[in-house]
Structure formats: structure tokens, C-alpha cells
Design a protein around this ligand. Structure first.
Ligand code: ZN
Ligand code: ZN
Length: 447
């Protein structure tokens, strides 16, 4: 063989190898898309769907408030036992952390919250809350169910998981900062990324919405006692009137957003509580006010917290009152803003668009000033949070939002949440092995 022929032969061999490589790549990506479609088809099968609906209704009928999710936790552990999935319990009082896959790194977490709200359900239906004054009015019953759905799917495909999926069933999202307690337990210390979702009763089933960067506000709460000196309402000059002082405090707090905050840096200060006195002819000794402040950056939130205290104390002093401010850090810790990781956003886009179709995935959703304790995870682990459509009927513009006693969610959305959880976890681990972490996570061998 001449040099020339030999060279040509070499080129042909190279081309064949290149073709095989390209074919395998295309084939593997095709296989993964098919796998995720298969996840969704599995979750929609009548037997699987009915199993999820049954679990959701059971949890819905017996709602438990933050850190009291003992029976809900038991339901989760019973199902994990049946599926043969190992777990840690208790974590953060009632939390359960499950594991599927090799047991080795990389680790990716998918999370659901378990707690209900102190609301009396006003929806009359066969499976309404059986506990007076408590209701799953934020859809956490559906979140827990969908994570169990994802667990069932992933267990069936355990051999195809290149790493470990960590299932996080957390307590106390509603004001209890359960996510913070899960992190403090150390259960997630080597997790490279975390995904979470929230039902959205105003978005059609089969659709999702999210965005890169700030998505939900951080929040803080405050309560202040403004002390004056009570007396007869007819001789106010002998009193120090805390009602008038508190009224001026409320007005002065409004300037924090309207005059001090950058108009392009959205913030909220709301005084929602104002209590003082009782008789119509008595100036009371004190007034209690309270409320919430919110922003989309940690810096602005911290600034608001400082200014809220300064304004309350300073403005009260103008009218000779003493004020003390409590930020309720123990009872109701401040939540950071929910900020989605850019790399995970691209991954979510790929997975969701392939699974649902590009027209069902919305990235134009404006940020919302509600808060979510998923943000605690995002402070230490790259994380991604998205909304899942659970509208009762298409084009139902009268759908009640979460935290309403009239909330109704569409259970047809359950398979989508389960399949998306499972797909995002598998996809993340695949991409991690191919390209390294999509965000600046940690890499260690043991969890
Ligand atoms: Zn809620
Ligand atoms: Zn919620």
C-alpha cells in the first residue's frame, strides 16, 4: 500500500469512527428523551395514577401542621418500604431522606414539603380535610405524592441511574424553615444540585413556568410594641398617646419602598397588624403593630430589616413613645429570596421542552413576592424551582390560589410532577458525568 492509499484508508477509518461516535451521541440523547417520555407514560397508567391519587387524598384528609407531620411521614415511609427504597428518619423531626441509585456520587436531590396550613377547608368533596381548622391549602399533599411517584419510577429504572438520587421529604415549609433544619442535619452536605416544584392552580395541567435568577421574594416578619402612657381620652395632654405614634410609624414605614428603594429593585413593606386599646374613651398604654417586608435580594432584605427597626424606634420617639421590635427569628425565621441557578435553568428547559413541548414551558413568568423556604437550599446548593400546572379546568380564570380555603387542584397534574422530578434527576446525573457539575456544586464520594 502506497503512502497515499494508506492515508486515504486512515481517513476513511477516522470517518467511520466519527460517524459511529455521532450516531451513539444522537442515539443516547434520543434514548434519554424516550426514557423521560416513558416515565410520563408510566405515571399516567391507570394503576400508577390511581396509586398516586389514593396517597394524595389520604394525606389531604389528614393534614398536619409544621413539625407535626408524624402520620404523613409514616405514610411516606410505608410507601418507601414497599418500594424497597432505603431512607434516613427522623431528619428535622418528621423529615425523611430516601436514596435511589448507586449510593455513590454524584448526588442530586429532589424535594417535597409535607406540611398543611391552619385553614378550615371550605371545599365540600368526598375527601375533604377531616381535621377541623387544618387544610392542605398549599398543595403540599400533591408535592409529597409526586415525589413518591418519582421514587417509584426511579426505582424501576435504578440500573440506569449514574449516581444517587436523594429524595427529600421535608417538614415545616409554612413559616417553619424546615429546609434550614434539613440542611443543619447535614443530610445533604454532598449533594451537587437540588430541584423542587410548587403546584400552581392557575396554570393548565401539562404546563410549567419558571425563570432563571430571582423567582420568589425573600421575606422577613416583624412585630413591634409601641409603649406610651394611657389615660382618659378627654384629657390627652396627661397621656402619651401610642395610637397616634403607631399611626405615624405606619405612615413612615411606607417611605422605605416609595422613597428609599430603587424603583427597579422591587420591595414590599406591609403593616398587617394594628392592635391597641378597647374602650372608646381610654388612651391605651401600648399598641402592637406587625407585618412583613420582602425583596428579591439578600442585601435589600437585610437593609429593609435595619430600616424597619430604625423607623419604628425613631418615629415612635418623636412622639415620646418607646418601641421595641421583634423579628420573630425563632418562631418564624426570615426566608431568603428564591434564586434559580442559570446552568440548571438550561437543563430544565431541555428536559421540560422535550417532555411537554416548547409551548407548554413558560419562562416569561414575572417573579412573585410570595416566599418559599426552598431558598435555604439554594444558598448552599445550586438549586432550581419551578411551578407545575394543576388548574382544575382549562381556562378557569376563577381558580382559587394557594392558601385559599377553596383551593382545588387537578389531580391529572400528578403524573407530570412525578415524571419531571424523575427526569430532571436522571438528566442531571448523566450531564454531570459527561460535563461535570452544571453549577458550582461540591464533589465528594460519600453522602
Ligand atoms: Zn404555602
Ligand atoms: Zn407551598
Amino acid at each position: 500500500m502506497s503512502f497515499c492509499k494508506c492515508f486515504h484508508f486512515f481517513i476513511i477509518i477516522l470517518q467511520v469512527f466519527a460517524a459511529i461516535a455521532i450516531f451513539s451521541l444522537a442515539d443516547s440523547s434520543l434514548t434519554q428523551n424516550q426514557l423521560f417520555t416513558n416515565f410520563l407514560d408510566t405515571a399516567k397508567k391507570p394503576e400508577f395514577f390511581d396509586w398516586m391519587v389514593k396517597i394524595r387524598r389520604k394525606i389531604h384528609q389528614f393534614p398536619e401542621l409544621r413539625y407535626e407531620e408524624f402520620e404523613t411521614s409514616k405514610v411516606i415511609r410505608t410507601e418507601l418500604d414497599k418500594l424497597g427504597i432505603p431512607y434516613k428518619h427522623p431528619v428535622a423531626v418528621t423529615g425523611v431522606i430516601g436514596f435511589i441509585g448507586t449510593g455513590k456520587s454524584p448526588f442530586v436531590a429532589i424535594r417535597a414539603d409535607m406540611d398543611a396550613l391552619p385553614i378550615q377547608e371550605l371545599v365540600e368533596w368526598e375527601h375533604m380535610s377531616q381535621v377541623p381548622g387544618k387544610m392542605h391549602a398549599c398543595g403540599h399533599d400533591a408535592h409529597t405524592t409526586m415525589l413518591l411517584g418519582a421514587a417509584k419510577i426511579l426505582k424501576q429504572h435504578e440500573q440506569e441511574i449514574n449516581g444517587t438520587v436523594v429524595l427529600v421529604f421535608q417538614p415545616g415549609e409554612e413559616g417553619g424553615a424546615g429546609a434550614k433544619k434539613i440542611l443543619e442535619s447535614g443530610a445533604l452536605k454532598n449533594v451537587s444540585a437540588i430541584f423542587g416544584l410548587h403546584v400552581l392552580p392557575t396554570l393548565p395541567v401539562g404546563e410549567v413556568a419558571s425563570r432563571s435568577g430571582p423567582m420568589m421574594a425573600g421575606n422577613g416578619r416583624f412585630e413591634a410594641i409601641i409603649n406610651g402612657k394611657g389615660g382618659h381620652a378627654a384629657i390627652p395632654h396627661t397621656s402619651i398617646d401610642p395610637v397616634l405614634a403607631a399611626s405615624n410609624v405606619v405612615i413612615s414605614l411606607q417611605y422605605l419602598v416609595s422613597r428609599e428603594a430603587d424603583p427597579l429593585d422591587s420591595q414590599v413593606v406591609t403593616v398587617a397588624k394594628f392592635q391597641g386599646g378597647g374602650a372608646l374613651n381610654v388612651i391605651p398604654d401600648y399598641v402592637i403593630i406587625g407585618g412583613t417586608f420582602r425583596s428579591f435580594s439578600t442585601e435589600s432584605l437585610e437593609h429593609l430589616r435595619q430600616r424597619v427597626e430604625q423607623v419604628i424606634v425613631g418615629q415612635a420617639a418623636v412622639q415620646r413613645c418607646n418601641a421595641t421590635v421583634n423579628f420573630l427569628d425563632e418562631a418564624s425565621p426570615s426566608y431568603p429570596p428564591t434564586i434559580n441557578d442559570g446552568g440548571l435553568h438550561e437543563q430544565f428547559r431541555d428536559v421540560a421542552e422535550n417532555l411537554l413541548g416548547a409551548n407548554k414551558v413558560h419562562f416569561d413568568k414575572p417573579p412573585v413576592t410570595a416566599s418559599e423556604d426552598f431558598s435555604f437550599y439554594q444558598k448552599v446548593i445550586p438549586g432550581y424551582f419551578f411551578f407545575l400546572g394543576m388548574q382544575k379546568a382549562s381556562n378557569d380564570h376563577r381558580a382559587h390560589f394557594v392558601h385559599s380555603p377553596y383551593l382545588v387542584i387537578n389531580e391529572e397534574g400528578l403524573p407530570y410532577g412525578a415524571a419531571l422530578h424523575a427526569s430532571l434527576a436522571v438528566n442531571y446525573l448523566e450531564k454531570y458525568l459527561q460535563d461535570g457539575p452544571m453549577a458550582e456544586g461540591k464533589y465528594r464520594d460519600e453522602l
